[in-house]
Design a protein around this ligand. Structure first.
Ligand code: SF4
Length: 311
């Protein structure tokens, strides 16, 4: 049931690093890929993360699935810290839906459609007959003919397969569904169909979505709020219309402009401490090269930029 305006997810000061081996040297290096990210999401919202590759967006999704452990910070879902409360955390995560970017590699090619969709329900202990009934209901809901139940993935188009993946992700009635670039492997017409389907399902079933995408158009179409990630920092968040029409942060301005021009070009980031945009930002000040700014709150939005410190 949709419980609008009530906080469902709360993420506090999340830090995640990956260990990489040092070339030509012994030992390892821990590299931060998510840096002090905090946000909250209400029931029934779609929160869209945008950022280029290496911005930390996919790692945040992995943290929700307990696939990478933060070394600092917390993820609360309905008030439960999914890492500190191990037992309840695992139970919550088992019920999260997940839609990956490439439907072909996210399903077992040897399984029939009916088994792909019903598998998560059977794993939760539901008997096969009931799981099959739910599968048929879902196939109708997502606009597919139930005759395809006995087909294999290679017999289906990319769009049909992504619908199957979506049906599988929602069969256990999750409250939360993670959307990992859900349309990036599809052609433009199928992209629009899948986005419409996701939107309709959210409105009908009251799902909460966390979307990650590099495509601002996708985020704009389906999200209520957008969070902009830059080199692991959440540098701005706010209502989708405000972000598109009146971006605050210089980096958000760049990606909004690029989205209109369809070309982001190549940005050279500041490799050391301070703001990653320092080397190319026209608003930069001395402090920008030394220290990452704290979150600054303006009319329900957040921005991390020294240029806004006195606004
Ligand atoms: S913190 Fe400084 S360098 Fe970074 S975006 Fe703001 S003004 Fe530009």
């Amino acid at each position: 049931m949709l419980e609008s305006f009530k906080e469902f997810i709360n993420v506090r000061d999340l830090w995640i690093s990956y260990r990489i081996s040092r070339p030509l040297r012994f030992g390892y290096l821990d590299v931060d890929v998510v840096k002090g990210v905090s946000f909250s999401i209400n029931y029934g919202e779609c929160y869209g993360f945008v950022g280029e590759s290496g911005s930390g967006k996919t790692t945040i999704l992995k943290a929700f699935m307990r696939l990478v452990k933060p070394y600092k910070g917390s993820i609360y879902i309905e008030g439960i810290d999914i890492y500190k409360d191990d037992k309840r955390g695992k139970e919550i995560v088992r019920r999260i839906g997940y839609v990956s970017q490439d439907p072909l590699t996210s399903v077992d090619p040897r399984m029939k459609v009916k088994d792909i969709i019903s598998e998560p329900l059977i794993a939760l202990g539901v008997d096969r007959k009931k799981a099959l009934e739910k599968t048929i209901t879902l196939l109708k809901l997502i606009g597919l003919d139930i005759k395809i139940m006995d087909r294999y993935p290679f017999e289906l188009s990319g769009g049909m397969l992504q619908r199957i993946v979506i049906a599988r992700s929602i069969i256990s009635n999750p409250k939360l569904v993670l959307l990992d670039e859900p349309t990036s492997a599809l052609d433009v017409i199928t992209q629009a169909q899948i986005l419409n389907l996701l939107k309709d399902l959210k409105d009908m079933m009251g799902f909460t979505y966390i979307l990650v995408t590099h495509d601002l158009n996708v985020a704009r179409y389906i999200s209520n709020r957008i969070g902009v990630l830059l080199k692991g920092y959440l540098i701005e968040e706010g209502d989708v219309k405000r972000i598109i029409n009146e971006p605050f942060h210089p980096y958000t301005k760049i990606i909004v402009e690029a989205f209109k021009l369809k070309d982001i070009g190549e940005l050279k980031y500041n490799p050391t401490t301070g703001c990653p945009l320092y080397t190319v930002c026209r608003y930069r000040e001395d402090i920008c090269s030394k220290e990452m700014p704290p979150p600054i709150y303006i009319n329900g939005s957040m921005v991390r930029c020294w240029h806004f410190k006195n606004k």
